[in-house]
Ligand binder design. Structure first.
Ligand code: ADP
Ligand code: MG
Length: 365
């Protein structure tokens, strides 16, 4: 899919107007605080979710105005389509091809994008929760049923943890753990199984992108770390048994801690560059490249799933990357429609084919 044009009305600091991108690389450049991320955010909002900046909907409305409207024309599923989102005080109205919808989730599947924002560097740099979120949102996008399983798992886990805390004061309740454990292992095994499948899907793709970005000098690998010793290739049943065993082994430890020490909520994955953990050893540029490779792999898997290339939104990605890496991003992913923001866009022939937009105080030229 690709975007033909995006129209703004009272949207953040952007002047009312329209941006008409090309089908491959679009560079949006300008000084700080001019509105570059605002454009990326507007393009992302049509995916049906929330702002990747965690903003509230009222914050999209230009200061001093009462509503904000975004209109997009895009080509997807072999036809021209359009969508509109109106932020009106506390309300949001969405229409697709002129038909009003109850929620912006109706855009899911019609309009797909993958976004990289500097916050995504937490994927490499920080603790495991950002990585679990990345993989869980990916498996939910693959199968809606996975979202149901995840939510049931978390519910069951909370109930088990509450019981663990009670057992601390009332040890006679210990026998009741079994009631939760059965369900927990049944749901948890499915989550771990789906996560392994997804890791297998993105591993090679991410590695290929990373080789490209690093000009064939760095080998990227991803390794799932299971707290119940599950392995890639295990069946759901095998994972179930392993999870059950480890819950039984940990029971005293869990009662002391008041929470569950093993299971998908404690799993993680390692991002490895040239056999070394990226979190510990990678430079800023290498970490950025690794996250980008993961995101591009995510886009690739999404293309296979939906039969359409998602658009790729890269916010502030070029800083800390050397010229070779920048050149790869600007020239080697042109089979996708890409929007990329940066501060100084030096000519130097880095961008071979594509369109540039200068943005100054919300004015796009
Ligand atoms: N609702 C709003 N109304 C007017 N200006 C806004 C609104 N929300 C954010 N801004 C301003 O938009 C400017 C540009 O933001 P941003 O797109 O993040 O800049 P950058 O070009 O650095 O990516 C900021 O100065 C911010 O204060
Ligand atoms: Mg920005």
């Amino acid at each position: 899919m690709y975007v033909n044009d995006l129209q703004f009305k009272n949207y953040r600091n952007l002047n009312d107007g329209i941006i008409s991108p090309c089908k491959n690389i679009n560079v949006i450049y300008g000084n700080n605080a001019q509105g570059k991320t605002n454009i990326i955010e507007a393009l992302w909002l049509f995916c049906g979710g929330h702002s990747f900046r965690g903003s509230k909907e009222n914050e999209f409305i230009k200061f001093g105005e009462s509503f904000s409207r975004l209109k997009i024309k895009f080509f997807s599923q072999n036809r021209n389509q359009e969508a509109e989102i109106l932020f009106n005080g506390g309300k949001k109205e969405v229409s697709i091809n002129g038909v009003k919808k109850h929620s912006s989730t109706s855009l899911i599947g019609k309009y797909n994008a993958v976004v990289f924002s500097p916050d995504d560097l937490t994927l490499v740099k920080r603790g495991p929760s950002a990585r679990r979120k990345f993989i869980d949102s990916a498996i939910c996008r693959e199968k809606l049923q996975n979202a149901v399983i995840l939510s049931k798992y978390n519910q069951t886990l909370n109930q088990r943890n509450a019981l663990l805390k009670d057992i601390f004061k009332h040890p006679e309740l210990k026998g009741m753990l079994e009631i939760w454990d059965e369900n927990l292992c049944y749901l948890g095994a499915q989550i771990i199984y789906q996560r392994f499948l997804y890791i297998e899907k993105i591993r090679e793709k991410a590695s290929e992108y990373h080789l490209g970005i690093s000009d064939n000098t760095e080998k990227l690998d991803i390794k799932y770390i299971s707290t119940c010793s599950a392995k890639s290739g295990d069946s759901v049943e095998e994972i179930y048994n392993k999870l059950k065993t480890v819950l039984n082994e940990n029971v005293n430890e869990d009662c002391r801690a008041g929470f569950t020490n093993a299971g998908p909520q404690r799993d993680d994955f390692d991002i490895i560059i040239n056999n070394k953990k990226a979190k510990i050893f990678a430079s800023q540029g290498q970490q950025r490249s690794a996250v980008l490779s993961l995101k591009l792999a995510e886009a690739n898997v999404l293309s296979e799933l939906t039969g359409e290339n998602p658009i790729i939104l890269l916010d502030d990605v070029l800083s800390e990357l050397d010229k070779k890496r920048q050149s790869f991003l600007l020239n080697k992913i042109a089979d996708y429609q890409v929007f990329i923001t940066c501060c100084d866009f030096e000519e130097e022939g880095l961008l071979k084919e594509g369109k540039k937009f200068l943005i100054e105080e919300g004015r796009i030229s």
